[in-house]
Design a protein around this ligand. Structure first.
Ligand code: A3P
Length: 302
C-alpha cells in the first residue's frame, strides 16, 4: 500500500509501520544478519526527536577516556557517521558488513520501532538501548522543516500535519513507536532507557548522568568535581554542534542531506508558532487516546 503525494515524501507500509520503500531491503538485511553483542549500545529514536544530540552525547560519554574534547572525532566527523543507522547506512540490499572488528562497545542507531527489531538479536542480547522521544507537535514542525529543506520545498504544512494525524509518517505512527520502547523500558529498565528531549533541555546535567550510568560509563566523583559533565553538556549543546557539525562539508545518505539541515532551532514548544489551536487540539486528542492507559504522557496543551 503506497501513498503517493505530489509535494511530500512517499512512505509505504511495511511490517506495521511506515517507511521509504527504498529502505525495505536494508531493513530485511538488518533483521536477518545483524548479530547484537552484549555490550552494544543502540541509540533509538523517531526522526526529529533529538537523535543527533543523543548521538553526540553517547559518543562523547563513551569515548571520554580516549579523547579529550579538543581531540574528539566529533570535531571533524558528523555524529551520524560515528553512530550509524543500522537500517539506513550499515545494512544494504547487497551489502552485509563485517562488524566483528569494531572495538567494543559498538555504537549503532536505529529509527525502527521496537516491535520489528529481530527477536534473536538486539532483543535477546544484553545490549542496551537509549531511546529519545519528544513532544510530537514539535516533531511535526521539525520534520516539516527538514523535509522542505532536503527534498520537498513546496510541501504544505497541512499535508505534513494530516500525515502525522493518520500515523503515516516515516517510522510512524508516532504513538506506536513511542509505546513500543516505553513498554520495554517499563518492563526491562536495564534494557531501554527512555528519555525525553524536553528533559534533556531542562536538566541536561541530570540526564547526561542518567545516560552515562545506564550505558555503563558512570562519572566518578573526581570527574564530577572536575566539571566533566558540564563540559560534555557544553560541547554537545545546540550552539556548539551547530557550529561544528553544521559547517562540515559533504552530504549524508541517499537524500544527500547537508549537515546544516540537522540543526534548526533546537527549542521546546516551537509548534505554537506554526500550528493553529484547533489543529493542536485535534492532534492532542488523537495522541491522548492512543496513549491512554499506558502511563506514557507528553506535556501536551490539551
Ligand atoms: P528543531 O527542528 O525543532 O530545531 P534529529 O536529530 O532527531 O533529526 O532531531 C532534530 C531536532 O533536534 C531539530 O529540532 C534540531 O534543531 C534539534 N537538535 C539538533 N541538535 C541539537 C542539540 N545539540 N541540542 C538540542 N537540539 C538539537
Amino acid at each position: 500500500h503506497i501513498i503517493t503525494k505530489k509535494q511530500g515524501p512517499t512512505f509505504c507500509q511495511f511490517q506495521g509501520f511506515w517507511c521509504r520503500s527504498s529502505l525495505v531491503p536494508n531493513i530485511i538485511s538488518f533483521q536477518k544478519h545483524f548479530q547484537a553483542l552484549d555490550d552494544d549500545i543502540i541509540v533509538a529514536s523517531k526522526p526529529k526527536a533529538g537523535t543527533t544530540w543523543l548521538k553526540a552525547l553517547v559518543f562523547t560519554i563513551v569515548n571520554r577516556a580516549r579523547f579529550s574534547l579538543s581531540n574528539s572525532p566529533l570535531n571533524l566527523t558528523n555524529p551520524h557517521k560515528l553512530i550509524p543507522y543500522l537500517e539506513i547506512t550499515v545494512y544494504g540490499q547487497d551489502h552485509i558488513p563485517d562488524l566483528t572488528s569494531i572495538p567494543s562497545p559498538r555504537l549503532f542507531a536505529t529509527h525502527l520501532p521496537f516491535a520489528v527489531l529481530a527477536e534473536s538479536s538486539i532483543k535477546q542480547a544484553k545490549s542496551r538501548i537509549v531511546y529519545v522521544t519528544r513532544n510530537p507537535l514539535d516533531i511535526i514542525v521539525s520534520f516539516w522543516h527538514f523535509i522542505r529543506g532536503i527534498e520537498c520545498p513546496d510541501w504544505p504544512l497541512v499535508e505534513c500535519f494530516e500525515m502525522f494525524c493518520r500515523g503515516e509518517e516515516g517510522f510512524g505512527p508516532f504513538w506506536d513507536h513511542a509505546l513500543g520502547y516505553w513498554k520495554e523500558s517499563s518492563e526491562k529498565p536495564h534494557k531501554v532507557l527512555f528519555l525525553k528531549y524536553e528533559h534533556l533541555k531542562e536538566n541536561p546535567i541530570q540526564q547526561i548522568k542518567r545516560i552515562a550510568e545506564f550505558i555503563g560509563f558512570p562519572f566518578s566523583v573526581e570527574e564530577e568535581r572536575a566539571g566533566a559533565i558540564e563540559e560534555i553538556k557544553t560541547f554537545c549543546s545546540f550552539s556548539n554542534m551547530k557550529d561544528l557539525v553544521g559547517n562540515m562539508t559533504g552530504t549524508m545518505g541517499r537524500l544527500h542531506i547537508q549537515p546544516k539541515e540537522l540543526f534548526r532551532k533546537g527549542e521546546v514548544g516551537d509548534h505554537i508558532n506554526y500550528l493553529s489551536p484547533s489543529a493542536i487540539e485535534r492532534f492532542c486528542k488523537i495522541v491522548e487516546e492512543k496513549l491512554s492507559g499506558s502511563g506514557l504522557a507528553y506535556d501536551l496543551p490539551c
